[in-house]
Design a protein. Structure first.
Length: 334
């Protein structure tokens, strides 16, 4: 806790330096924490998609993931409530997605325990519906890494379910039970996503999909590896103001630039701290400030750590994680 309090001092008493990012590219510093519950709803489906490649969903820990969502919410709430103004709009959004996910996962846990388990006992192998559902689960995860979930084509996947899987075949009971389960899931999500999309477009402007960063230098020959790196303005001493992609791509760009020796001094107008999550072995040790630890429930021996990192130490931290063999899960852009 001492380490976390020390790091958070950067947020209250930031290094005295003029913000370089243009006003339209500045975002509130607390959002690096508040984005974690949103991104857990990428990490959780990703864990599910990985699991159902080789297993039926019967034993997937839906209830454990509900607990992890709210644990993460509690951690970021505690990290922001004293040192940042209350971000009402973001907290409302997190509560909405948290309650809806809790309801969905609880229903799926009950269904898989009572119905899915029975149908699973009737066959000793995955049906083509199981495999179709697994492929859709992975496709969904790949989609939501960069785009809102409600834009995903659940209706198209529902049509594909009935067009690409046979009516009869091995494991008939399981086939039809899966057809029912997946039809219901895709139909409900298509309708709910359509409603959410209407409300979102009516209430909010589409957010910028780039992040302004200040880096100490621009290495040569970036075009091939970082095609979306856009230099906005050279600064004193070889530094530069640039634009890089936001969301999932920000993790790739920040990690890649760090590996090239680039140092960050400002991200989206912020010079305080940024949240990084990584997957590491149980027992992993770090000098960084750890906000929370969560076990990966379907991968014993692996855990997720949330690290609170000063912006000017981001590159050093990312390089250190890579050296340790950790998987950098997400750099939580603001």
């Amino acid at each position: 806790m001492r380490a976390l309090a020390f790091v958070l001092l950067f947020a209250v008493f930031p290094v005295c330096a003029q913000v370089v990012a243009p006003p339209e590219h500045r975002r509130a510093p607390e959002q690096t924490f508040l984005t974690y519950p949103e991104w857990f709803l990428v990490h959780s489906p990703a864990e599910y998609a990985h699991y159902v490649r080789d297993h039926t969903p019967t034993a997937f820990p839906f209830i454990g993931h509900i607990c992890q969502f709210w644990q993460g919410y509690g951690a970021v709430h505690d990290a922001t409530k004293k040192d940042y103004p209350f971000n009402f709009e973001y907290f409302v959004m997190v509560m909405v997605i948290g309650v809806s996910t809790t309801a969905e996962y609880a229903l799926r846990a009950a269904y898989e325990t009572m119905i899915g388990r029975v149908s699973d006992l009737t066959t000793g192998q995955l049906t083509e519906e199981d495999r179709y559902g697994a492929a859709v689960a992975q496709d969904y995860v790949d989609f939501i890494r960069d785009k809102p979930w409600y834009e995903y084509d659940f209706a198209g996947k529902l049509r594909g379910l009935w067009a690409r899987t046979s009516l009869f075949g091995p494991g008939l009971v399981r086939k039809w039970e899966r057809k029912y389960a997946l039809t219901t899931e895709y139909l409900v999500k298509a309708a709910y996503g359509w409603l959410i999309g209407l409300g979102t477009r009516a209430s909010f402007e589409r957010p910028l999909e780039v992040t302004a960063v200040v880096v100490d230098r621009v290495p040569p020959n970036l075009d091939k590896e970082f095609p979306d790196f856009k230099l906005l303005k050279p600064l004193d001493g070889g530094a530069a103001l640039a634009l890089v992609p936001r969301y999932e791509a920000f993790t790739r760009y920040s990690s890649g630039l760090a590996a090239r020796g680039v140092q960050f001094s400002e991200i989206a107008g912020n010079r305080s701290v940024i949240l990084v999550t990584a997957l590491v072995p149980v027992g992993w040790r770090s000098n960084a400030s750890i906000l929370f630890v969560q076990p990966i429930l379907t991968q014993p021996g692996t855990q997720r750590v949330g690290l609170v990192v000063p912006v000017n130490a981001l590159s050093r931290t990312l390089n250190g994680l890579a050296k340790d063999g950790a998987r950098i899960e997400h750099v939580h852009d603001y």
